[in-house]
Structures are given as structure tokens and as C-alpha cells.
Design a protein around this ligand. Structure first.
Ligand code: ADP
Ligand code: MG
Length: 696
């Protein structure tokens, strides 16, 4: 195929998971379309296509053919000021009341024989016309789908309506139509609510920026800002871009990214992020990233795309929904053949509600993912919620993850003629471009002594070992004992290791020149968080570290967990695989900087404190946007709660349908009640799942 392009088009009119499949098929069938991914919550389709064979008008036409719409112009990115939540609750309440009253009337009316009276009083053609008029939107969809040879959830009920009209029960048909319409609204509200969680997040993105141009200030839309532009941020304003503070000082609320509203200080040189708020003080910021490229933009995209990482149960649900309709049709046929009773047959067709199966999982997942994102917990899909809920093994990286990530250099031991200043200068210069927390510790120590760093040449970082670079004509190596090769450990090393310190050996021109010792403290909330994990059913917690045996042992002992030391990054991958082949569901927690492969290998890779690092957000399946261990048990809690809700939803729908079908088939449930009953599971699922939007 020629050059493929990827395009995102907005799609309007999708209210139900079923709809995404219709849109998907419609686009997929166009020539030149390689892949399509339709997102319900984000209301868009991501299409990979060959531009020589297909274009936007063709896609728009295909989508229109399926009964949905690609708007002419790209919608205004500014979301409405009042969000849906303001409406949802009262509407749901009214909706519930109306529903209850009608159900009540139907049940009593049937019992007291009102419907027969109504049927006698109102002339048949009038009833018939009523059904047609009110049912028009539904019938239109069903007919369109049938012409496309698709069976949708309302197809069965439409057949039921025809059956009811055929046996002269137009009142029943009217009730069916009423509940079909009500059911559609119920589903629309559910989807809108879940969508709202995503939209709330998008709404936090600033739309304009105040640029400094030729000495004056101009307000421009965010789309016109370029990297390199200087942006002015006033007190109380949102920072519009990712960038670096040129001057000024401010306290910044980073809740949009980290979920933590405790403000942080920022002054010259600090990195700041789009959508965070400068609460006090002004800043001049030099733009590095704009719009979708910012950390916040990426967060939003992850949440939007989370829908496509479907959970296994969701796939089963979708498949079930497709088999369910023919099965119900079969049961209806058997009912007719056995009982010869058109009323029971109509009741069977009417009681079945397939959309609930398709609805049960995605709604719960969307609700949880949206709610979690607001608390600084980025989950990339229902799939990971499902896996996290059944995880029994948690493996944890040490440096930067379990510890504060801000190790301090405590000792500098000289082992040959180099002065302490020279030793530190060489080491810090070699570490100049390393992202490792230990490298930062070395640089900080050098800075504290006002040493001037040199520019390293031929810099190489070897994950899990250390760095190598040529500094000032000297070949400098800094890293773990592994860089020593066959050289024996110096005596001073053992003493420092016993104190639980991490050692960095420094070699200059192949000769051991000194040892730097760093100590790192555990994050204070760690022990309680790990204990909580054990309470929640995690059976094994293990520390995996590239650090030395003694240091690892000291830390593991403090936490009461197992450990394995002296590991290279590839050893960590191997250990993850080992547990997986033993049948465990493995969670790997890392800082995402140098343990990305192990994070990717794990069933669920969790990156810690990903707020500032892009790699971590990309590599992990779940990103904890701030460095706070209490987020980990919270992630487990959300996952377990979500799966409980999903199972309840599925179980409830299943039981409801089995009981309903049985009662209908044996003739106990009259068609009019069957029709009223079929919308109940949707409502149940809606209510049950919306509990997840209120995760603490
Ligand atoms: P952990 O598994 O605890 O996160 P790493 O795998 O990142 O540790 O590193 C293992 C060891 O390798 C460290 O304890 C350190 O001795 C050495 N090391 C790794 N990267 C560097 C670096 N940039 N500078 C110095 N030493 C390093
Ligand atoms: Mg690490």
C-alpha cells in the first residue's frame, strides 16, 4: 500500500456501544482504509488510510450511510461552560419518577383491565397512528439497519411491535414504543455522563495564551503558539504551555496533572506544565511544548483512547450481544411452535434486552477511568483495570520508585591521587546528561561545592550499570560494581554498604579513582501503602533492584518484603516472565526512566511520579501522576470496585433476562409487561455504574 495517513474525525450521534461498531464497519468497508478505531466517549474515529484511495467526503458519506454524522467543520474546541453533570442528576431523577409511574400504571392497568377499555374506546387507526408517530425514530433506525443487513437491539422489539399490532394489541405496541424511546434516552444519558468525565478533563486545557511579542503583550489562541515563544502568566491564570520559567516566581497548583492540589513553588529554571494554575505570582515562561504535545495533552489523549484497550469481559460482552439476538429469536420461534400462542411469542421478543450486555462493562470502565484521572491516576484502558483487579504479584523497582528519588551524596572516598574536587568534577561531568536519580545526586553534590562542570564527550549510559564519557581527555566511568570488571571490591566499600548506602564507583582511565556513596530515604507513606496492598489480596511483594545486596536487604527488611539485588534491566524482565509462566498476574512498579522494558512486559506496568516525564507516561499501562505511594493501593481499590460493579451489571442482566424469558415463554408475562420490563436492566446498570464516578 502507498503512504498511509492517520486522521481523526469527529463522529456525532453515537449513543450506544453498538453504534461504534456500525461506524467502524461503515468506514472499514471503504477501499483504502487500513484500520479504524471508533471511540464512543471521545466521539471520534481514528482512521488509518491511503489518501490516494479515500478522502474525507467519502468517509463522511459512509458514516452518514450508517446513520451517523461527521460534522462539516471541526467542532469548537471550547466545551460548554456548564457541563452535563449539572443537568444529569435532575433529569435522571425526573426520568426515574416518570418511568416508575408509567410502570406502575401499566402493571395496575393491566391488572384492572384498563387497556382493554382503552383499546375499545380509542378507534384502532388512531392507536395505530400513535404508535407509528412516536416510534418513528426507532423504526427508522431499525429499517436503515435492516437495509444494511444489520440486526440492532431494537430490531427484535420492532418485530414485537409488529406482532402486537398484528394481534390487534395496539396498546401493547404503544407501551413497547414508549419504553424503547425511554431506554434510548437512558442510554444516551449514561453515555453522556461517562463522556463528561473526559470532557471535564479537556475543559481544563487553556484556550488562549498571552505572548510577549516585540516588547508588548498579545493574547492569541493556543493554536498559534509555537515552541520558543515567551508566554506571560499572571496570578490566578492557567499556564497555557509546557515550558521553562525564564523569570518570576509563583506557587503552582498542579492538580490538573497530578491530582494534588497542594501547590508547588516555581522560579527561574523550573519546568511548568500546561493546564496547571499559577496561584500567586507571575511568570515568564519559554514554551517547549504546545497543545496535544504537552504532558496534559497526552494525559487527555490517553484517557480518550483508554476506551480502545478493552477489557476481556467487555469483548465477551460484545460477542455475547451478537449471539444473544439470534438465540432470543430462536426461543421465540420454539415458544410459538410449542405453545402456538402469539402473545407469549411477542412477550419473548419484547422482554429481551441485548443492549444491557453491551453496556454493562464499558460504562463502568469509562466511569472509573474518568474518575481516576482526576485523582492523578492515569489508566490506559479497561483491560488494565481488569488485570489489576486480579493481580497477585507486585514487583517494585527501588531507586526513584520506593525511595524518594532524591538520593543525597554522603561520602566521597578517594582511592588514588585525585583530589576530592577533581574526583567529583569528573564524575558529575560524566553524569551531566544522565536522567538517573543517582546522577542528579552527583551533580547536586558538585553544585553545592561550586564546582564547574565540564562538557562530556562520547557519553554512553548503560541502564543498570552506569555511565561512561570522556571528560577533559580522561575516560571516566561511574556506576555499580559491574564497571569494575574483575577488580576486587575495595575494603571501604563493604563498610559503606553495611550502612545501607548505594555505591557508585568512579574509574578514571581504567583505574579505580574513588567511591561515591549515596543514601536515599524511603518515602514516608510507603510502609502503610504496602501493608494495604497485602490486605487487598496481593500475595507477593518483591523489591527488584540493580543496587547491591546489602542496601537492598536493609530496605527490604524495613518494609518486610522480599528482594533480589544486583539485577540488570534484562534480569528484571526475566523475573517478570518467570512469574507470568507460573500463572501469576504481575504488576511492575517503576519510575519508568530505565525500567520501561520491565514495565511493558508486566501484565500491568505502573509508572511512579510520571507527572514530569514523558517516557513514563508512554511506557506504563498505568501512570501515577505524582510521587505518592498511597495512589497504588487506590489504583487497586478502584480496579477491584470496578470489577465488582461490572460483575454485578452482567450478573443482574443475565438473571433478569433468564427469568424474563422463562416467564414470557410460559405465558405468565403478558406482552405489555414484558415491554415495560425490558428497559429496567439499562436503568439498573446506569445507576450502578454511576457510583464509580464518585470514587473518593
Ligand atoms: P534500581 O533497580 O534500584 O532502580 P538501577 O537499575 O537504575 O537501580 O541501577 C542499578 C545500579 O547501577 C545503581 O545502584 C548504580 O550503582 C548503577 N547506576 C545506574 N545508573 C547509573 C548512573 N547514571 N550513574 C551512576 N550509577 C548508575
Ligand atoms: Mg530505577
Amino acid at each position: 500500500m502507498a503512504n498511509l495517513r492517520t486522521m481523526e474525525v469527529p463522529v456525532k450521534g453515537m449513543d450506544c456501544t453498538e453504534c461504534t461498531q456500525h461506524v467502524q464497519h461503515a468506514i472499514q468497508e471503504l477501499p483504502g482504509v487500513k484500520s479504524v478505531n471508533v471511540l464512543l466517549a471521545a466521539e471520534k474515529a481514528t482512521i488509518q488510510f491511503d489518501p490516494t484511495l479515500v478522502d474525507l467526503p467519502m468517509i463522511r458519506k459512509a458514516v452518514a450511510g450508517a446513520g451517523y454524522k461527521v460534522p462539516e467543520s471541526v467542532p469548537d474546541p471550547t466545551p460548554p461552560a456548564h457541563t452535563l453533570q449539572d443537568f444529569t442528576r435532575p433529569v435522571l431523577t425526573v426520568f426515574g419518577i416518570v418511568f416508575g409511574v408509567v410502570l406502575f400504571i401499566v402493571v395496575f392497568g393491566e391488572w384492572l383491565g384498563w387497556f382493554e377499555k382503552i383499546t375499545e374506546l380509542v378507534p384502532w387507526p388512531v392507536g395505530f397512528a400513535l404508535v407509528l408517530v412516536f416510534g418513528y425514530p426507532v423504526f427508522k433506525n431499525v429499517i436503515q439497519a435492516t437495509l444494511r443487513r444489520q440486526v440492532i437491539s431494537h430490531t427484535l422489539m420492532t418485530v414485537g411491535v409488529i406482532a402486537a399490532l398484528a394481534v390487534g394489541e395496539w396498546a401493547t405496541a404503544a407501551v413497547v414504543v414508549f419504553f424503547m424511546r425511554v431506554g434510548d434516552y437512558a442510554e444516551k444519558f449514561t453515555t453522556d455522563r461517562a463522556r463528561k468525565a473526559v470532557r471535564d478533563l479537556t475543559a481544563m486545557a487553556p484556550q488562549t495564551a498571552r505572548l510577549e511579542r516585540d516588547g508588548s503583550e498579545v493574547d492569541v489562541p493556543i493554536s498559534e503558539v509555537q515552541p520558543g515563544d515567551v508566554v506571560i502568566v499572571r496570578p490566578g491564570e492557567k499556564i497555557p504551555v509546557d515550558g521553562v520559567v525564564l523569570d518570576g516566581q509563583a506557587t503552582i497548583n498542579q492538580a490538573a496533572i497530578t491530582g494534588e492540589s497542594m501547590p508547588v513553588e516555581a522560579s527561574q529554571g523550573a519546568k511548568v506544565f500546561a493546564a496547571t494554575i499559577a496561584q500567586m505570582g507571575s511568570l515568564r515562561v519559554k514554551t517547549t511544548l504546545v497543545g496535544p504535545d504537552t504532558t496534559f495533552g497526552r494525559v487527555v489523549r490517553m484517557v480518550e483512547e483508554a476506551e480502545s484497550n478493552r477489557a476481556e469481559v467487555q469483548r465477551i460482552g460484545d460477542r455475547f450481544a451478537t449471539y444473544y439476538l439470534p438465540v432470543v429469536a430462536g426461543i421465540a420461534l420454539i415458544t410459538y411452535l410449542v405453545t402456538r400462542n402469539p402473545l407469549s411469542t411477542a412477550a419473548v421478543l419484547l422482554v429481551a434486552c441485548s443492549c444491557s450486555f453491551a453496556l454493562a462493562t464499558p460504562i463502568a470502565m469509562l466511569a472509573s477511568i474518568g474518575a481516576a484521572a482526576k485523582h492523578g491516576l492515569l489508566i490506559k484502558g479497561g483491560r488494565y483495570i481488569e488485570l489489576l483487579a486480579k493481580a497477585d504479584t507486585v514487583l517494585i523497582d527501588k531507586t526513584g520508585t520506593l525511595t524518594t528519588g532524591k538520593p543525597r551524596l554522603t561520602d566521597v572516598v578517594r582511592l588514588n591521587g585525585l583530589s576530592e574536587e577533581r574526583l567529583l568534577t569528573l564524575a558529575a561531568s560524566a553524569e551531566r546528561y544522565s536522567e538517573h536519580p543517582l546522577a542528579e545526586a552527583v551533580r547536586r553534590a558538585a553544585r553545592d561545592q561550586d564546582l564547574r562542570l565540564l562538557e562530556p564527550q562520547e557519553f554512553v549510559a548503560e541502564p543498570g550499570r552506569g555511565v561512561r564519557a570522556r571528560v577533559d581527555e580522561t575516560l571516566v566511568e561511574v556506576g555499580s560494581w559491574r564497571i569494575l570488571g574483575d577488580q576486587p571490591l575495595p575494603a571501604a566499600a563493604a563498610e559503606l554498604e553495611k550502612q545501607g548506602k548505594t555505591l557508585l564507583f568512579v574509574r578514571a582511565n581504567q583505574e579505580l579513582a574513588g567511591i561515591l556513596a549515596a543514601s536515599d530515604t524511603l518515602r514516608p507513606e510507603t510502609p502503610a501503602a504496602l501493608a494495604e496492598l497485602k490486605r487487598m489480596g496481593v500475595r507477593r511483594i518483591e523489591l527488584l533492584t540493580g543496587d547491591n545486596e546489602r542496601t537492598a536487604a536493609a530496605i527490604a527488611a524495613q518494609l518486610g518484603i522480599d528482594y533480589r539485588a544486583n539485577l540488570l534491566p534484562e534480569d528484571k524482565i526475566r523475573i517478570v516472565k518467570e512469574y507470568q509462566t507460573q500463572g501469576h498476574t504481575v504488576v511492575m512498579v517503576g519510575d519508568g526512566v530505565n525500567d520501561a522494558p520491565a514495565l511493558a512486559q508486566a501484565n500491568v506496568g505502573i509508572a511512579m511520579g510520571a507527572g514530569g516525564t514523558d517516557v513514563a507516561i508512554e511506557a506504563a499501562h498505568i501512570a501515577l501522576m505524582r510521587e505518592d505511594w498511597t495512589l497504588l493501593p487506590r489504583a487497586f481499590q478502584i480496579a477491584q470496585r470496578t470489577m465488582r460493579v461490572v460483575k454485578m451489571n452482567l450478573g443482574f442482566t443475565m438473571i433478569y433476562n433468564i427469568v424474563g424469558l422463562t416467564l414470557a415463554a410460559i405465558g405468565i408475562l403478558p406482552p405489555i409487561l414484558a415491554a415495560a420490563a425490558q428497559s429496567l436492566p439499562d436503568l439498573g446498570i446506569l445507576g450502578n455504574s454511576s457510583r464509580l464516578l464518585r470514587q473518593k
